[in-house]
Design a protein around this ligand. Structure first.
Ligand SMILES: Cc1ncc(COP(=O)(O)O)c(C=O)c1O
Length: 467
């Protein structure tokens, strides 16, 4: 293009313009350095131009990076395996059970960690062998337990009724069943998730062990606990691991059981901003190495005597979810209208809302435009398209003027959105995965009317809307 052509095409491009306003100075908006500059923008994901993705696959659009996901999984695997000799990851399906995401993580060596009949079926349907499934959760039906027993899945007993059911099934099927129990206890760092599993301090957990020891067909081989989520203090894991190891020693010294694995669940924080936390995630989220140091040093110490006796160290199982997948996926959404609120704040309405970005209820996601934005940043509220007042993607963010049709990237968005999202008012959009060499595949097709009404049935006398 000649430079004069370039100049005339730049001149003919319509500049964005918004009506000038006088806005009151509110504390927190400006500091002694003046208004914040907004220099952050991104127009590609793994080399693929975002606006071209939107043109081809529509807006809004979830974009998963294969490269980032593999990198995260390999990194966490490497960090833990360098510190402990026997480590296994169970991919927490509830965090993100898109088939392509699960299979990628299985290819990287993770088993499936499932918490319902549906998730169990999903894992089997993806081709995961039953003996590579960790079956957790408070509600496992009798039928799914039978399947899991036959599959030789790892069954983690959550409560006494489930223990009784498994005892009965052992007798009924005349099968020995290897089981683990989930336990809960105080770490001093996190709110104990005491509704799951058997409580340690009250003696409930040891009673469960005695009960298993007395049963003909059950054999205890594992201990499991999950102490919470988005845990910012690695020492919480040191306490958790120590508590589990001490309990393991108690179990082994008072029964004939030998514990083959200790499963410490998930909970490592991702690089997302929890609402109410002032510092940015880069400053407060511990590194995987810090978590691993806390866990593995305790595991090594507390299993040393076993090794000295000629025994094997138990396997260390992790069910890390958000720390693996969150920053490997983003939601790209376009501005559908702009508004000025009565109090002077700017408002944007996007084509994606909390129906898609469910985690906006507790995170302040990073919001990055796909082009440079000029002009003074001002306090802006970002709304979704739902006809509901709760549909707020971001209650307050400093943004320069954006116009209808501009797109914004909300990230990290890989954890708990594609599982907790809602088909509510709008169809759910395409999800694409960007592979190596800028290849792109749709990994979940956008919904349409046919998909949404597929399960509905109209009784004959309601088949027509009007007589
Ligand atoms: C038993 C269990 N394992 C693993 C996870 C994954 O947790 P996170 O995504 O915080 O790592 C959860 C989440 O609640 C859980 O309940």
């Amino acid at each position: 293009m000649k430079s004069t052509d370039k100049l005339s095409s730049t001149l003919s491009e319509k500049k964005s313009w918004t009506k000038p306003i006088i806005s009151p100075v509110r504390s927190g908006i400006q500091n002694k350095f003046g208004g914040a500059l907004y220099s952050n923008w991104q127009d590609t994901i793994d080399g693929v131009v975002i606006n071209e993705l939107l043109e081809q696959y529509g807006s809004p659009l979830f974009v998963v990076s294969e490269k980032k996901l593999r990198k995260n999984m390999r990194h966490i695997n490497r960090v833990f395996s360098a510190r402990y000799p026997d480590v296994l990851f169970g991919w927490s399906y509830k965090t993100n059970y898109l088939g392509a995401v699960c299979n990628l993580l299985h290819q990287e060596g993770a088993w499936a960690e499932v918490v319902s009949d549906f998730e169990y079926e999903k894992a089997r349907n993806l081709g995961v062998p039953g003996n590579k499934i960790i079956f957790n959760g408070p509600y496992k039906t009798r039928d799914s337990l039978i399947v899991a027993i036959n599959d030789k899945a790892r069954i983690h007993i959550d409560n006494i009724d489930e223990l009784h059911t498994l005892e009965d099934l052992g007798i009924e099927l005349d099968r020995d069943i290897k089981v683990a129990i989930r336990v809960n206890f105080e770490t001093g760092y996190t709110e104990p998730w005491s509704r799951f599993g058997f409580n340690l301090e009250s003696g409930q957990a040891m009673n469960a062990v005695w009960r298993i020891a007395a049963s003909k067909h059950l054999k205890l081989v594992g201990l499991h606990s999950h102490i919470g989520t988005f845990i910012l203090e690695p020492q919480a894991y040191a306490v958790q691991t120590r508590t589990l190891c001490e309990f393991m020693n108690k179990v082994e010294s008072s029964t004939d059981f030998e514990i083959e694995f200790i499963d410490i669940g998930g909970g490592f924080a991702s690089l997302n901003s929890l609402q109410g936390i002032y510092l940015p995630p880069e400053q407060i989220v511990p590194s995987i190495e810090q978590y691993a140091d806390a866990i593995c040093s305790v595991m090594l110490d507390h299993t040393e005597q076993r090794v000295a006796r000629g025994g094997k160290r138990p396997q260390l199982v992790l069910e890390t979810g958000r720390a693996i997948v969150d920053d490997a996926e983003a939601l790209v959404s376009s501005v559908i209208s702009t508004n000025r609120l009565p109090d002077g704040r700017k408002a944007l309405v996007m084509d994606a809302g909390v129906n898609l970005l469910f985690t906006a209820f507790w995170y302040n996601h990073q919001v990055i435009p796909t082009r440079t934005l000029d002009g003074r940043a001002e306090e802006t509220v970002i709304y979704g398209p739902l006809c509901m007042n709760i549909d707020v993607l971001r209650a307050s963010i400093m943004l320069p003027p954006v116009k209808v049709g501009d797109s914004l990237i909300f990230s990290p968005a890989g954890a708990y959105n594609n599982t907790q999202w809602l088909q509510f008012i709008h169809y759910r959009p395409n999800i694409v995965m960007v592979h190596d060499k800028q290849q792109v595949s749709v990994i979940r097709k956008a919904e349409n009317l046919e998909v949404v009404i597929a399960q509905e049935r109209l009784p004959q006398h309601l088949a027509k809307p009007f007589k």
